[in-house]
Each structure stands twice: as C-alpha cells, then as structure tokens.
Design a protein around this ligand. Sequence first.
Ligand code: SF4
Ligand code: SF4
Length: 381
Amino acid sequence: MLQVGKPAQRTDSPSTINHQLSTINQQLSNFSNIFIRGVIREMTINLQQAMDIGKYLVTQRLLGRKRFPLVLMLEPLFRCNLACTGCGKIQHPTDILKQNLTPEQCFKAVEECGAPVVSIPGGEPLLHPQIGEIVKGLIERKKYIYLCTNGLLLEKSLDKFQPSPYLTFTVHLDGLREWHDQCVDRKGVFDTAVKAIKAAKAKGFRVATNTTIFEGVDPKQTQEFFDFLGTLNIDGMTISPGYSYEWAPDQEHFLGREQTRTLFREILAPFKAGEKKWDFNHNPLFLDFLTGEKDYECTPWGSPSYSVLGWQKPCYLLNEGYYSTFKELLEKTDWSEYGHKSGNPKCADCMVHCGYEPTAALDAMQPKNMARSLGSVLGMS
Ligand code: SF4
Ligand code: SF4
C-alpha cells in the first residue's frame, strides 16, 4: 500500500525484477526492430523510385529524345470542396467544373504520355466518384502516384484504396492551424487534415504534405510548422512558391523572383546549416534553385498536364489552349516562348516545382551531382 508522504517501497523479488528487465529489453528490441525495418522499408521505397526514375531518364537520353515527360499532372476534375482565394483551378465555368475524366481516359493519357510519376491534383480528386478505380489502374501500370488532397475527405475515403509503395497521399497544408485555415478560407480544415493524415498513416498508407509559400508568410512559423510535420511520421514534404494564376481572385500574395529567393533562404537556413533534418521530397538541387544558389531554366514539357479539357498548353499553370494528343502538345508548342529567359511576362516570376523540378532532376543525372542526390534519397542530407 502506498503511504502518503513517503516514497513507495519496492517489494519485488530479484527474479521478478530480472523477468521485468528482460520483458522491457524484449519490448525495446521489438520496437527498434520495427523502427529499423520501417526506416529500411522507407529507404527501399525511395531508392526503388529513384532507381526507376533514373532508369527512365537514362533510357530517354539513350533514345535521343530531346523532350520527354517526367511527371504527368493528371486532373480528373476541377471542382473542389474548398474555395481558396489563390486557386486558379476552380475558376472554370460550372459546366466544366461538373465534368469528370473517366478511368479509361486517365489510363489512355498515362499510357500516351509514358511519364513514370503521376501527380493527381485538382480540384479535389477525392470528389471523383471513380477515384479508387483510377488509382488501382495506375498502380497496376506501376506508376508512382501522388494523390493531392486538401484532406477533408481523406479519412472517410481510405477504404477505397489499398496501401502500396506506388501510392502516396499528398495533403495540402500551408502552415500551422491559424495560417492554414486562413489560406484555405475555412476554419477547422487544418485539424481535419491532420486527423486524416494520422488515420492514413495508422492504416499503412504513405502520406506526404504539400505546402505553398505565399507572400506574407512568417519564416519562423514556417520552420515551426516543418518541425510539427516531423512529428506526424509522414513520408516527406514538398514546398513551392505560389504561382500567380492570372484568373485567381487574390493577386496580391504571390511572390516575385527575388522575394522567393530571400524568403526560401530564410526559411531553409537551419536545414541548409544541418541544424534541422526536415524530410523534403525534393531533389536538393531544386532547393538550391529556390534559395538562389542555382539558376535553372524551366522545363515545361517535364510536367505536362491533362484534364477534362485535353492536354494543356504549355504547362500546368498557364492556360493557352489544349491539344487532343500528347504528341501534338510536344510537337506543336513553341517551347521557346516559355521559361524565364524567354522574356514571357507570365513566366517572369515563376519558380514552381512543376516547371523547375524536372530541370533539377535532369541536372541530378550529371556525374558531379549524383552522390548528393543519392544521399538525399537515403536521408543523408
Ligand atoms: S483545396 Fe486546392 S483545388 Fe481546392 S480550392 Fe484550394 S487550392 Fe484549389
Ligand atoms: S516558367 Fe512557369 S509558367 Fe512559364 S512555362 Fe515554366 S512552369 Fe509554366
């Protein structure tokens, strides 16, 4: 019995204590086995994906292809259950917002394009009535799928999917609770999304996050936000500066090029200095580009975009017409009109990942950059 005011006395015999110590040791050993196996499994998935993409890039080069896709941006619908003020996708007329790509249209686009990675943005893909069928078909085709979601429907949609090394849910989170809810213009979205992330992880799914950095963001809070994401056991995070869709209602909070570099330098300073081990799903060369340590030209054909309207010219962000085939998009677009050096004012401030990450991926294939890129895949930088 515990006596108030006195320390509790142990009455266990030596053999009981030995038994308890051995149980604790066993539990620790199980925990570390599970943990190490988890880490190794994660490294294996990342390594397998990096190897598959590397093999694809080398093959394209050997085939002498000048332009080839790396990530297909597959938009099976434009409608959404949120109305963020910086979003250019939900501004389409109602008759277009009502449309869905069929699974067969999605598979045809994926096969036509041939990119090893398929990103499914939107709109909100989980509103698509056949999203489970679409994802299943893409996994069967061994595509690495990043299904982007605002998280509102994620938890209740999990039964439509099976965990797979090929499938990652990418949950849109722009910052901690107050900032994120302000960005998406609705209270409670942050909490719902975080709860869904935990539920998806508990069921064995791969989950990453996607953060857009807008003008006015507080670098310190963003760093705290990345620390917070590190507690969720997620499978990496992506970041990108906001792009000024010309038809987005809020035009005041997009970043100019120099602003982007300054802000990212500030936000990423502890990471670059090795003080923080944030797990970014980016090639480190792309992060160098964001901080201004590298200058790249855009590779718009690296992330082509297919939607209910067809193949969008020239990239995921600009909307200058549509082609009915991927071949037409590649061959009929005058690519010299796009990218920073082209002088096109629409490209002047753009530094987003769909334009510049393919450039960084190609640069990573240079022998001088390979060790660093591989190190980042294995979580060593
Ligand atoms: S959640 Fe995404 S698709 Fe939906 S309105 Fe916001 S930015 Fe647009
Ligand atoms: S710079 Fe940006 S807007 Fe211009 S083509 Fe490239 S991705 Fe598109």
